[in-house]
Design a protein around this ligand. Structure first.
Ligand code: SF4
Ligand code: SF4
Length: 446
């Protein structure tokens, strides 16, 4: 939940914790550190000390650090017998820390400085591509300079290859008029899809068009997900109002996203702006229309004219989709409907990948230990494709595949569906199966 809560509500939420410790069994940060203050119970205890006036935020750096190291993955919430909303407690604690101490220089630079401004993010993407493609990357790596730049050095391992053109630049070639459309939808491409994973966005639009959806892609801004995780609620609200203004001009039946994080935040705008008389109604209407692509396709009964994809796939549940939006069945239904595709479930498919936005950069050691467990579970399936529905997870899982030296690809279910539609069309033309893989720059498309 992205809504701010007051001190008395925070206190009530804290008091629900009976200290049973069941959260220890599921909390990824506790599992990999063994530190009682890195589990829901410990974090709640620390927040309680502040609420009771025994400490003030920022006085003890260690307290702040334990609040900052929460993934907001909700695994504890799903298990807690008292239904304690630890994610909301931690989010509020972070908002109070930010109000008291301000954003860290890294978060101010990356979130307010870049994510808040579309054009800057696109420019950063172009610079990254230049860095990756020119000899500069080699020189910088050889010089060891990255080791000196703490956060940026870690980002270099995780950030994927930036495609030559971002999704918005490719839209004139992708958007097609649909004859006799059955639906009219707006597509919301999040920041990561636009800049890093245009192939996922392209597949989403193509699949929607195949299912008789007239698609519009209005100008939008960041959903506010990174700002929410940093406790910067004022900026989340500003971005929410902008998105509502941009998308509200279009008469569409649904606002589609293929990013689990964007979807979980966009669906909360109604609650976030409930105290804003100018936006309350508009925000509720907006949030009611937001649909994850997996959810929407199953709801409208997507076309089953699918060709075969002979491949073994395992699926990772993004925290923001599975626990955040309760969307667990639809991506699996899509995968299982593809002829010759075998869905092989991994152990702990809903165990966080450790990506959590920029967590891999801000908390590299914990993040990598959490990722290691995910990759071991994936490796045990013997699958060659790892599907997931969030670009932040995709980034982290691609890093895991590289780290483990696995011969596997990370894809969004909608990319497999797009391929299965192509396979059906090619079969009709007598061209046989669509070859796997496609050789996408990020190896995210099969
Ligand atoms: S499981 Fe819930 S009630 Fe039990 S210690 Fe954890 S947060 Fe508190
Ligand atoms: S949200 Fe996730 S990381 Fe945070 S306390 Fe709960 S289980 Fe642990």
């Amino acid at each position: 939940m992205v809504q701010e809560i007051g001190r008395s509500e925070l206190q009530q939420k804290i008091l629900r914790c009976n200290r049973c410790g069941f959260c220890q069994d599921v909390c990824p940060t506790y599992k990999v550190t063994g530190d009682e203050f890195n589990v829901a119970r410990g974090r709640i205890r620390l927040t309680r000390l502040v609420v009771e006036g025994k400490y003030h935020w920022g006085e003890e750096a260690e307290i702040t650090q334990h609040i900052e190291s929460c993934l907001l993955c909700k695994a504890c919430v799903a298990t807690c017998p008292s239904r304690v909303a630890t994610d909301e407690i931690v989010a509020q604690a972070r908002a109070e820390i930010t109000a008291a101490k301000g954003l860290t220089p890294f978060k101010r630079l990356v979130y307010r400085g870049v994510f808040s401004h579309n054009r800057r993010l696109v420019r950063v993407g172009r610079l990254l591509r230049y860095y990756q493609k020119s000899g500069i990357r080699w020189v910088v790596k050889k010089s060891g300079a990255l080791k000196l730049m703490r956060n940026l050095g870690k980002a270099e391992d995780i950030i994927p290859q930036v495609p030559a053109a971002n999704l918005r630049e490719q839209l004139p070639q992708i958007l097609k008029p649909v004859a006799n459309p059955a639906h009219k939808v707006a597509y919301y491409p999040g920041c990561a899809i636009n800049v890093f994973y245009s192939d996922i966005g392209k597949a989403t639009i193509q699949v929607l068009q195949k299912n008789l959806c007239q698609v519009v892609v209005p100008h939008t801004v960041c959903c506010g997900g990174p700002h929410h995780s940093a406790g910067d609620h004022e900026e989340v609200k500003r971005l929410a109002r902008e998105n509502i203004d941009f998308l509200g001009r279009y008469e569409v039946e649904a606002i589609i996203t293929d990013c689990a994080t964007c979807g979980s935040i966009l669906k909360e705008y109604g609650r976030l702006l409930q105290d804003d008389p100018g936006y309350r109604e508009k925000a509720l209407e907006f949030s009611a229309k937001v649909k994850d692509i997996n959810e929407y396709l199953v709801e409208i009964g997507y076309s089953r004219e699918l060709g075969p994809l002979p491949v073994v796939v395992s699926y990772h549940d993004p925290c923001h989709l599975g626990r955040g939006q309760k969307i667990i069945g639809p991506p699996r239904e899509i995968l299982k409907s593809i002829p010759q595709l075998e869905l092989r479930e991994m152990q702990e498919a809903d165990w966080c990948c450790g990506g959590a936005g920029s967590y891999g950069i801000t908390h590299p050691e914990i993040s990598r230990k959490i990722l290691d467990r995910k990759m071991k579970n994936f490796q045990a399936t013997g699958a060659s494709v790892l599907a997931t529905s969030c670009p932040a997870c995709t980034m982290q899982l691609q890093y895991g595949i590289k780290r483990y030296g696995l011969q596997a690809q990370v894809v969004h279910p909608v990319q497999l569906l797009a391929r299965a539609y192509q396979a059906a069309e090619k079969k009709e033309e007598g061209e046989g199966n669509v070859p796997l893989p496609s050789g996408s720059e990020n190896k995210t498309a099969v």
